[in-house]
Ligand binder design. Structure first.
Ligand SMILES: [Zn+2]
Length: 400
């Protein structure tokens, strides 16, 4: 049954394509010779695209049938399986989001852009541009869709429903026939129109990297990739290679992703490298900062007895090291080390040495109170933080 539906889909696709091709020809009274030669150039891609598309479609059918039988994927986790209408709508919206992400990926990844730019290389976008796709991209696109089918849980009927709308939208969005601005402003709030998609075909950034939507424009609006440009200002192509002899030669186009390291890819790679370098520098800077923050311990404070009398000559060290100091006559000590320590040791004549756990690596106001007079010392209290807080507290926590 699904095979029949796919045959129907192809027939529908060709019929819609033909209808809009004729409409475009009549509306724009183009030179028939030019229009035919442009169409034939783009149609040549079908000789390579169709075999790739069909062979992978067998895998698509197999996977989606398996998904339907086993009820696998995101859609089957949602409470919508009993309502077919809702199921189809939700499935369509989710799949359209994945198509948006696919298109975004084809532009932002230099390797994928090498293939996708063939579609963008058309200097005269019209209905026939719909089929101008490098077979390498067909392979990437269908492989990606198999992955998406598994994640989303798209059944064969969901795919058929989605592809009928998608094909129609793709054909119409490449049409030279544009919507009047006022109508476009309303329709393009939800759907991709020829007006918005032609902006995506504008030869220069940032317009080329905008309006990625396949059927719906909501994703572009949500992720801030939606752009507007006067239709009269649109120049189709890719700014890195606007030469007609390159963009109208099928052999050059089909071999471009493999042969030349085109300027655009080079620029994108350079940009990526710069970006990676920036990230790397940031990472080094972060490490440097981290090193400064964490490979250093500093503690300042005061040591007193229970009558708040400063204790001089007490030995304060970082535990397990020789980094230490003696308290001065005011009981004040300043401890610094280039290493990280979490404990300090307090020792005083007649007083058993105590270990104090530090809450931070850098403390400015540590108060250590020995709980007896210096003659009978055997307990220590520690307080972190400003003295104001000290006053509010009635009892000082004890460390034993
Ligand atoms: Zn694109």
């Amino acid at each position: 049954m699904a095979h029949r539906v796919f045959e129907f889909q192809i027939l529908l696709f060709i019929s819609v394509l033909l209808f809009f091709w004729i409409l475009e020809f009549v509306l724009f009274s183009q030179n028939i010779k030019d229009k035919l030669s442009h169409t034939f150039l783009n149609a040549k891609f079908l000789f390579f695209v169709v075999p790739v598309q069909f062979s992978l479609s067998i895998a698509v059918l197999f996977v989606s049938n398996y998904i339907e039988v086993k009820h696998l994927g995101l859609l089957f986790l949602l409470p919508i399986t009993k309502n077919s209408f809702l199921f189809f709508i939700v499935a369509f919206v989710i799949l359209d989001l994945f198509d948006y992400l696919y298109h975004f990926m084809m532009h932002k990844t230099p390797f994928f852009w090498k293939f996708h730019q063939i579609h963008h290389s058309d200097l005269d976008v019209d209905i026939s541009t719909t089929v101008r796709e490098h077979p390498g991209e067909t392979f990437i696109r269908v492989s990606y869709s198999i992955l998406v089918i598994c994640i989303v849980g798209a059944t064969p009927w969901v795919l058929i429903f989605k592809q009928i709308i998608q094909s129609f939208s793709n054909i119409v969005s490449h049409s030279k026939a544009k919507l009047p601005p006022k109508i476009n402003n309303i329709v393009s709030r939800i759907f991709v129109t020829p007006n918005t998609h032609h902006i995506h075909h504008h030869y220069e950034l940032p317009y080329t990297d905008s309006n990625f939507g396949d059927v719906l424009t909501i994703w572009d609006q949500l992720f801030s990739t939606f752009s507007k440009l006067k239709q009269s200002e649109i120049i189709c192509g890719v700014d890195t290679n606007m030469a007609r002899e390159d963009n109208e030669n099928f052999k050059k186009l089909i071999s471009r992703p493999f042969l030349e390291k085109d300027r655009c890819s080079q620029d994108k790679i350079k940009n990526e490298v710069v970006l990676v370098k920036k990230r790397y520098l940031f990472f080094v800077f972060f490490l440097f900062l981290s090193g400064n923050c964490y490979c250093q311990s500093s503690v300042k404070g005061v040591l007193t007895d229970d009558k708040n009398k400063p204790i001089a000559n007490a030995n304060i060290t970082f535990l397990g090291s020789h980094d230490g100091t003696l308290t001065n006559v005011a009981g004040i000590f300043v401890l610094k080390s280039n290493k990280t320590y979490t404990d300090i040791s307090v020792s005083y004549v007649g007083f058993e040495s105590k270990i104090i756990h530090l809450k931070k690596q850098n403390i400015d106001n540590l108060t250590i109170a020995l709980k007896e007079e210096t003659t009978t010392l055997n307990e220590v209290a520690v307080n972190y933080g400003p003295k104001k807080r000290l006053k509010k507290k009635k009892t000082i926590p004890h460390i034993k």
